[in-house]
Write a protein that binds this ligand. Structure first.
Ligand SMILES: [Ca+2]
Ligand SMILES: [Ca+2]
Length: 95
């Protein structure tokens, strides 16, 4: 029950943010990528506080951990869902 709630709590802000930036409506593929990002975020957030700490990134997201300071846009030592989504999009753009 916690995991369902956490997924809903994460997926919603991810999708809402994408749409609030003047982007066209999400395609199925985009929605799927957002859901995959939310899934990875949730899997990495082992203490379920809705943020990825540096230790959590070290444990399961080595590529994120390597650039943690860059990705932590507000410098609070935690990656929020929004910061994580931005990281995912940047990684995709670099490919
Ligand atoms: Ca956490
Ligand atoms: Ca942060």
């Amino acid at each position: 029950m916690l995991s369902l709630f956490a997924l809903a709590a994460l997926t919603w802000p991810l999708a809402a943010t994408a749409q609030s930036q003047g982007a066209p409506p999400l395609t199925d593929a985009q929605r799927e990528r957002l859901e995959q990002a939310a899934e990875r975020f949730r899997a990495a957030d082992t203490n379920h506080d809705g943020q990825i700490s540096r230790a959590e990134a070290n444990a399961s997201l080595p590529r994120i951990a390597k650039r943690f300071d860059q990705l932590d846009a507000n410098g609070d030592g935690q990656l929020s869902a929004e910061e994580f989504r931005a990281a995912m999009e940047r990684a995709r753009a670099q490919r």
